[in-house]
Ligand binder design. Structure first.
Ligand code: ZN
Length: 413
């Protein structure tokens, strides 16, 4: 029998003293009810005396459709099935599928916020993948067909930052191929990693400036005493910043050579003994193109809306990090302790990027992706610290400790 402590259900009542707190012994199961998806539990919070259903704050809340159908639709969105086809197969409208996607993306965002934090990542690969929304050229576009920041159509790129050591997607966003988008990607990345990792990318010219925009020290100039406006402080690359590029030299569409360049922090780069590579991320691009229908080249099912594309990408990110075992992360099992009764002996322990990075201990089920619940971050940290598992903030390495070394990292997320 599970103890009430273990239900993993937080009280959803905002007025309750135990609002969203987990495993405090205030929630107990009081009854069950039958739905098309089977039995569901009703819980009661002993603090506010309010009952709530187990689907509260999950993708399934208040939906009459059987869970299996919703799960099937969302799975199809991740295996290149076009929206109209999903609607046809399941007998629902496209708008319904998009509403399920909206909820799933919201949950995925919550999972990312709670689990992708203070990651001890040594290197980050950055890339942007070409994609278009509604039409290949924006109506008000530059000569290259690039859409502007506010434009809802035209060329849009899926921007991804990736930690190759864990195969983990750190951040993903959708936007035009501009400096502002590059800054956004690096800010999102800086918000989830510890310290300053080494960055690698292709030859896109905006990354260096975008990296300095996020990771910099301000150089100030002493007053000269002379009349006139004092010299403005300038941004210098953070002393720990390392940035390398792999530039593809192409002629007539064919790859001729790869040129490696360290654009920033060459000394630290050599000391760390790293090599510049973006190949792991480029393999991920292929995985993405095989997963999301709008990203299929020369396909007809392109996205009609940037928001929908963002939702698909953020949902894919959570799925990829936590629910999809990665072939290259599997570890061989030692001799089976107790031979399984069947003919096939498992040889591998499958792992997800989230497991490799130590963020979770198991491969998540698809349902977990849609129903995971978390405590607010600040209360969780306080509890862990009280339990002596986390050193006080001053002792920790990471972004918080940087200002003391006379430098600053702007974090405008
Ligand atoms: Zn309560």
């Amino acid at each position: 029998m599970r103890k009430p402590q273990d239900w993993g259900q937080p009280c959803p009542n905002a007025d309750c003293s135990h609002y969203r707190l987990m495993n405090r012994g205030n929630v107990s199961a009081i009854s069950t009810y039958l739905t098309q998806s089977g039995k569901r539990r009703i819980f009661l919070c002993s603090k506010c005396k309010r009952p709530f259903s187990e689907t509260r704050d999950t993708v399934f809340f208040d939906l009459k459709t059987p869970e299996e159908k919703i799960i099937m639709a969302l799975k199809m969105l991740l295996v290149k099935v076009a929206l109209s086809d999903i609607g046809f197969v399941l007998g629902v409208t496209e708008a319904t599928v998009l509403e399920w996607l909206r909820r799933a993306a919201q949950k995925a965002e919550e999972i990312n916020v709670h689990l992708l934090r203070e990651l001890p990542v040594t290197q980050v690969q950055l890339d942007e993948m070409w994609n278009f929304i509604r039409r290949k050229h924006a109506q008000q576009a530059g000569p290259d067909g690039e859409s502007s920041e506010r434009s809802a159509d035209g060329r849009q790129w899926v921007w991804i930052s990736f930690a190759p050591e864990y195969r983990l997607i750190l951040a993903a966003c959708v936007g035009p191929r501009t400096f502002a988008s590059a800054v956004q990607l690096i800010q999102l990345t800086a918000a989830v990693v510890l310290g300053v990792p080494c960055f690698f990318s292709d030859g896109f010219s905006c990354y260096l400036a975008a990296l300095i925009e996020v990771y910099h020290t301000l150089k100030t100039f002493p007053r000269t005493g002379k009349p006139g406006r004092p010299k403005q402080p300038v941004k210098e690359p953070h002393p720990d910043l390392v940035y390398g590029q792999v530039v593809k030299k192409k002629s007539q569409g064919r790859l001729q050579a790869l040129v490696y360049r360290v654009r920033c922090g060459a000394t630290r780069f050599e000391k760390l003994g790293l090599s510049i590579s973006t190949s792991v991320l480029e393999r991920l691009n292929l995985t993405l193109r095989h997963a999301l229908a709008p990203l299929v080249r020369k396909g007809g099912s392109f996205c009609k809306d940037r928001t929908q594309m963002r939702r698909r990408v953020v949902f894919f990110q959570a799925f990829y990090n936590f629910a999809r075992p990665h072939m290259s992360l599997r570890v061989p099992l030692s001799e089976p302790e107790s031979p399984a009764s069947g003919l096939i002996q498992p040889k591998w322990r499958h792992r997800t990027p989230g497991m490799a990075a130590g963020l979770t201990d198991h491969v998540w089920t698809f349902r977990e992706l849609l129903t995971a619940k978390f405590e607010p971050i600040h209360t969780k940290r306080r509890r862990v610290r009280e339990a002596g598992l986390l050193p006080p903030p001053a002792l920790r390495t990471g972004r918080e400790s940087f200002p003391s070394s006379g430098s600053s990292i702007s974090k405008a997320v």
